[in-house]
Design a protein around this ligand. Structure first.
Ligand code: UDP
Length: 324
C-alpha cells in the first residue's frame, strides 16, 4: 500500500450486488476498502459482511458529485469503478439517469485518478457487443448496436463511451486503466427487482408461481458465479499486463433461458409451470433482445490464470441456500 494514502482500494458501487462481493474479497486479501455508493440500487444489507471491519468504510454519495469523488479517490491507492445504472428494465425506465450516471460518473473517476496517476479498473459490460453475431465475442471484435430510438442501446453506448474515455486517458495521459466486460453475473444478494432473470426465476420457483420466460426462450446467455467474477476482476486489475486493455469476464457455459427455467424448477423441486410471455408484453414497444451472448475467454485465461466455471445447478443451489 502507498503509505501516504489511507485506503488501498476505493470501490464505487460497493453496496451493489457485484461491488459488495468485491469488497468482501478485498478485505479477505488484507486490503483496506473505502466504498462510495448512493444506494440507488445498492443496499446496506449487502455490506453486512464488511461493516464492523476496521479496514472498511462506507460513504453514501454519488459518483456524479465531482468534489466528493475527487476527495475519495485521493485517499486510495487503487480504484474499482463499478457504480453504474443497473438492469435492463431500470435502464429502459430511466434513460437520462442511465446515460448521465455512466458517462459523467466515469469521467469524474478518471479526472480524479489522473491527478496522481492512480490505477483504475472500470466495470463495463457484455451489452457493449450489442447485436453482434460473431460468437464467441472477442474484445477486438466489432460492436453492433441498434437504433438510438431504442433506449436499451443507450446503456451499451454509454458503457462504450466509458471504455473509449478510459482508453483515451491511458493513451493520452498514461493513466493505468483496465476494463472488464462483465457477462451475466449471478449469485447470492442479486435482486430480481431490476429485471435480472435468475433471481426472478428462483423467487418464482420458491413461491410456486409460473416461471416467466420472455420471447421464445431460445435466447442464450452464459452465467458466471459472482465470487469467480470478483476474483477475475482483482486478478486483471492487479496484473500490469492487463493495463490499457479490455478483457471479457464471463463463463463459456452457454445456456438458453428455457433451459435455465427448467433447471431452476428441477433444482428447487418446485411445482411451478413455465409461462412463455411475448416480448411485447414483457417490455415496452422499443425493446430488442440479444439472441446469443457468449465470451471468448482466451485473454481472461491468459491475464487472470483461470475463468469462471461454476455449473449453473450449483449456482442455483447456492442462491437458494442463502435465501432459505
Ligand atoms: N428474461 C426472462 N424472464 C424474466 C427476465 C428476463 O425470460 O423474468 C430474459 C430476458 O428477456 C433475456 C434473458 O432473460 O433474454 C436475460 O435477461 P437479463 O435481464 O437477466 O440480462 P441481459 O438481458 O442483460 O442478458
Amino acid at each position: 500500500m502507498n503509505a501516504s494514502r489511507e485506503y488501498d482500494c476505493l470501490v464505487t458501487g460497493g453496496a451493489g450486488f457485484i461491488g459488495s462481493h468485491l469488497c468482501e474479497l478485498l478485505l479477505k486479501r488484507g486490503e483496506s476498502v473505502l466504498v462510495l455508493d448512493d444506494l440507488s440500487t445498492g443496499n446496506l444489507s449487502n455490506l453486512d459482511c464488511c461493516s464492523g471491519n476496521d479496514a472498511f468504510r462506507l460513504v453514501i454519495g454519488s459518483v456524479l458529485d465531482e468534489v466528493l469523488t475527487r476527495g475519495l479517490v485521493n485517499q486510495c491507492s487503487r480504484v474499482f469503478h463499478l457504480a453504474a445504472a443497473v438492469g435492463v428494465e431500470n435502464i429502459i425506465r430511466q434513460p437520462v439517469e442511465t446515460i448521465e450516471t455512466n458517462v459523467k460518473g466515469t469521467e469524474n473517476i478518471l479526472l480524479a485518478a489522473e491527478v496522481d496517476n492512480i490505477p483504475v479498473f472500470i466495470a463495463s459490460t457484455s451489452e457493449v457487443y450489442g447485436k453482434s453475431e460473431s460468437i464467441p465475442f472477442r474484445e477486438d471484435g466489432d460492436i453492433v448496436l441498434g437504433a438510438t430510438s431504442r433506449s436499451r442501446w443507450s446503456y451499451a453506448c454509454s458503457k462504450a463511451i466509458d471504455e473509449f474515455l478510459a482508453l483515451a486517458y491511458h493513451k493520452d495521459k498514461g493513466l493505468p486503466v483496465t476494463i472488464g466486460r462483465l457477462f451475466n453475473t449471478v449469485g447470492p444478494r442479486q435482486s430480481g427487482r431490476y429485471g435480472m432473470v435468475l433471481p426472478r426465476f428462483i423467487a418464482q420457483a420458491l413461491a410456486g408461481e409460473p416461471i416467466t420466460v420472455y420471447g421464445d426462450g431460445v435466447q442464450t446467455r452464459c452465467f458466471s458465479l459472482v465470487n469467480e467474477v470478483v476474483s477475475a476482476i482483482v486478478a486483471i486489475a492487479m496484473n500490469p499486463d492487463a493495463t490499457g486493455r479490455v478483457v471479457n469476464i464471463g463463463s463459456t457455459r452457454e445456456l438458453s433461458i428455457m433451459e435455465l427455467a427448467r433447471k431452476v424448477i428441477r433444482v428447487s423441486g418446485s411445482s411451478s409451470s413455465i409461462q412463455v410471455i411475448p416480448y411485447e408484453e414483457a417490455y415496452p414497444d422499443d425493446f430488442e433482445d440479444m439472441r446469443r451472448r457468449a465470451p471468448d475467454v482466451t485473454l481472461l485465461r491468459q491475464l487472470a490464470g483461470s475463468v469462471p466455471e461454476a455449473e449453473i445447478e450449483d449456482i442455483i443451489r447456492k442462491i437458494i441456500d442463502t435465501i432459505q
